[in-house]
Design a protein around this ligand. Structure first.
Ligand code: HEM
Length: 481
């Protein structure tokens, strides 16, 4: 098995080492995402590198042209993610579009896309803004009570949790007022890193056949039941009180993609709301906490952003509106650059669904066949930190994304939300909520890195998403305007 790539003239990562690395991943010394980045960096001249997932050949793609083809032009040959959840064992998780494929994926994707248009985001703006007001009050009180430095990942988690609670579940998550908020505590159980969580993820990713046998679930029953009850109570309350809020629950309960579509069943609504939470809460809180860190560590960028925010709000007669956020160009650059350096996802892992041919990569010049069923890895973090595409890659330079410069970014090298047919369906929601939180904080506070933060930040190998190993500790000082 292990000469599979050698026989095909493809540069390959030695399987024994990968096996060793896999063992590292199991013992949580290095997550698979970080291993993909290591492999990306080890073969700077290869367009793609053969690797082995245990014994199964897989391919890590380095060349942006091939990446573009896989994600966009030839998407039909890679339309599945390489992850499997058994519908009979895990009926709610299996309705998450990320885990679906074929017709079921198309239906869920269109249902969710319908809920995330710019028009719908505009309706959600006041709900998100209200959460940002609670956050500012919380930071102010904490700072007065000597709460600095603040654990900024925790702060960002409270914000995105309450945002998803109000926008997707129609309830107050109370993260800023109740340290034992039930919603937050249950939500944390979905992706909280632990040895058992990592083992579960490894089984789901590497031995999918065993998950059905061992009845391993992505989301545990107590979490599903909690969210199911929340949705049921909220829907009943709205029906009895004829309440309209224009939030995700309202949109999804009334959605008809075709005129004769039946209304969605309660379990489908619950599944979509849980997907919203599972896919959207942690990723966005990571994006927010690292963006705040990058601003605290780069004071000239913070100053420039502050001036932009003050100016736009002043022109908008002292208030923030959905439209005024669209005029904050530098804010857009700051978030894009932060997502480049600190992309919450390390890699995308697709499955080849039709035999596919890659351009030759060695002599004699023969096309390389990717057989149907082969996992294909797109190493997002490796690409984002490659000096060939982003000179001085560890430096935070928001201007890379200015109107003049962003057209120069090589297509296929910047993928914080993926691309093509499976591009993150919640991208507009994520960007809006993170921007609202950054605006609220920069408008009211000067933020500084506290010495409790270990710099340079070290990535936590225990998690399959990006976490700072020793936390992000920032000081928040009220601005005196
Ligand atoms: C900054 C925050 C976020 C980041 C960085 C992020 C990133 C990603 C990435 C990399 C993918 C895979 C794309 C691909 O395979 O090409 C993805 C998929 C997805 N994301 Fe997000 N995401 C974020 C927030 C959200 C939010 C807020 C939601 C929900 C409201 C969401 C829902 C989804 C769903 C449902 C998918 C699967 C789409 C499909 O396979 O068709 N994400 N996201």
């Amino acid at each position: 098995t292990y000469d599979y790539w050698k026989k095909r003239g493809v540069p390959f990562h030695p399987p024994v080492t990968f096996f060793g690395n896999l063992w590292d991943a199991i013992r949580m010394k290095r997550s698979t995402g970080l291993i993909y980045t290591d492999i990306y960096n080890t073969y700077p001249d290869a367009p793609y590198v053969g690797v082995y997932k245990i014994r199964q050949p897989a391919l890590l793609i380095r060349d942006p042209e091939i990446i573009k083809a896989i994600l966009i032009k030839d998407f039909h040959s890679f339309e599945r993610n390489d992850i499997f959840v058994d519908e009979n064992v895990d009926p709610i998780a299996s309705k998450n579009p990320f885990l679906q494929y074929g017709e079921r994926w198309k239906t869920s994707r269109s249902q969710l896309s319908y809920c995330f248009t710019s028009g719908k985001m505009k309706h959600l703006f006041p709900l998100m803004y209200a959460v940002s007001v609670n956050m500012v009050k919380y930071i102010d009180n904490e700072a007065k009570l000597g709460g600095n430095p603040m654990d900024t990942k925790e702060l960002a988690g409270k914000f995105t949790c309450d945002n998803v609670a109000t926008c997707a579940f129609g309830i107050d998550g109370k993260s800023f007022v109740d340290p034992n908020s039930e919603f937050r505590n249950v939500g944390k159980k979905i992706l909280e890193p632990s040895f058992s969580f990592n083992m579960k993820m490894l089984f789901i990713l590497l031995f999918p056949e065993c998950t059905a046998l061992l009845k391993i679930k992505f989301i545990s029953d107590d979490v599903v039941n909690y969210f199911r009850n929340v949705i049921k109570t909220t829907l009943n309350y709205r029906k009895e009180n004829k309440l309209v809020r224009n939030d995700f629950l309202d949109v999804i309960t009334q959605m008809k993609l075709k005129p004769d579509d039946p209304p969605l069943k309660d379990d489908d609504i619950t599944a979509h709301a849980i997907s919203f939470f599972g896919d959207g809460f942690e990723t966005s809180s990571i994006a927010l906490s690292f963006a705040l860190y990058n601003l605290a560590a780069n004071l000239s960028a913070q100053e420039k952003l502050k001036n932009e925010i003050d100016e736009v709000i002043r022109k908008n007669r002292g208030s923030l509106s959905y439209e005024s956020i669209q005029n904050m160009n530098y804010l857009d650059c700051v978030l894009s650059e932060s997502l480049r350096i600190h992309s919450p996802a390390f890699a995308l892992v697709k499955l080849c669904t039709d035999d596919y041919y890659l351009p030759p990569c060695s002599k004699p010049e023969v096309e390389v066949k990717i057989e149907k069923g082969t996992p294909v890895i797109i190493p997002v973090q490796g690409l984002h930190h490659d000096a060939k595409y982003f000179p001085n890659p560890e430096k935070f330079i928001p201007e890379r994304f200015s109107d003049d410069n962003k057209a120069k970014i090589v297509k296929g090298t910047y993928l914080p939300f993926g691309d093509g047919g499976r591009i993150c369906v919640g991208m507009k929601f994520a960007i809006l909520q993170v921007k609202i939180a950054i605006i609220a904080i920069v408008q009211h506070f000067n933020i500084r890195v506290n010495q409790k933060t270990k710099e340079p930040l070290e990535i936590d190998p225990n998690h399959f998403l990006l976490f700072a190993k020793d936390g992000i500790w920032l000081d928040y000082h009220k601005r005196n305007n």
